[in-house]
Ligand binder design. Structure first.
Ligand SMILES: [Fe+2]
Length: 239
């Protein structure tokens, strides 16, 4: 499996708090069958995290990869970030302050849970105009989607990929997120599933939980692309 949304880099946001926890998360992911994780710390969250692209990011990633090798944990870690989508995002991209998924052409973007759909569409269009493919994070948690899941059809038509959290299918983000996650799946609106893991106790990287649940309900054929192929395509690097 691929996991394109995971707060596994140690000590820089509300995910893994230190190297020990990051290694525990990686071990759990390996046991669940995950082969590739994109490390996506929060970025550009007003009043909380800046975490813009810089040498510090790649140094931390190298330190983490080295610790993984020293502990014989076999998993590929790719660069990325989960960027909070503000009016400034287009200029931040132009200033090369944002890391795309595996330095490719796709960007994991989150919005405020109560953002208006027209505002979200407006920002999405500005990003698409820069030839970047938006991957909209955990759409099932947004109020506008819980009220009207059909908005997703418009975002897909614009060229977005749609990411849903595995925990939503398990009811861990509440009943509304759970219901809309299943609605989106049944309407073929989801491009990719991911863990959005923050630790090893709650919001974990154990993707096997969702793989088993959804394979049993929908069959391997329907779910496989959401855990493997679509995610792999979004991680293509720019070459
Ligand atoms: Fe996240």
């Amino acid at each position: 499996m691929y996991d394109i949304h995971c707060h596994i880099l140690p000590g820089i946001d509300d995910g893994a708090q230190d190297m020990e926890e990051a290694l525990q998360m990686a071990e759990m992911a390996v046991e669940a069958g995950t082969k590739v994780i994109v490390a996506t710390p929060h970025c550009n969250v007003p009043h909380f995290y800046r975490n813009y692209k810089g040498e510090w990011y790649y140094k931390l990633m190298e330190k983490f990869r080295k610790a993984l090798a020293e502990n014989d944990i076999k998993i590929t870690i790719l660069p990325g970030m989960e960027v909070f989508s503000t009016e400034e995002l287009p200029s931040l991209i132009c200033e090369d302050k944002i890391i795309m998924l595996n330095n490719g052409c796709s960007l994991l973007m989150e919005f405020g849970f109560d953002d208006e759909p027209d505002y979200i569409s407006y920002i999405i269009q500005k990003i698409i105009d820069l030839k970047v493919k938006p991957v909209i994070a955990h759409v099932e948690r947004y109020e506008c989607i819980q009220n009207n899941p059909d908005i997703i059809a418009e975002w897909k038509k614009m060229g977005c990929a749609i990411q849903v959290n595995k925990d939503s299918f398990l009811g861990l983000h509440g009943i509304y997120a759970e219901e809309v996650a299943y609605t989106l799946l049944e309407n073929e609106f989801i491009s990719v599933l991911a863990s959005d893991a923050h630790g090893v106790r709650y919001r974990t990287p154990n993707m096997m939980e969702i793989e088993q649940v959804l394979y049993a309900q929908y069959g391997e054929k329907k779910i496989h692309s959401l855990l493997y192929e679509n995610a792999r395509i979004l991680c293509r690097s720019r070459q």
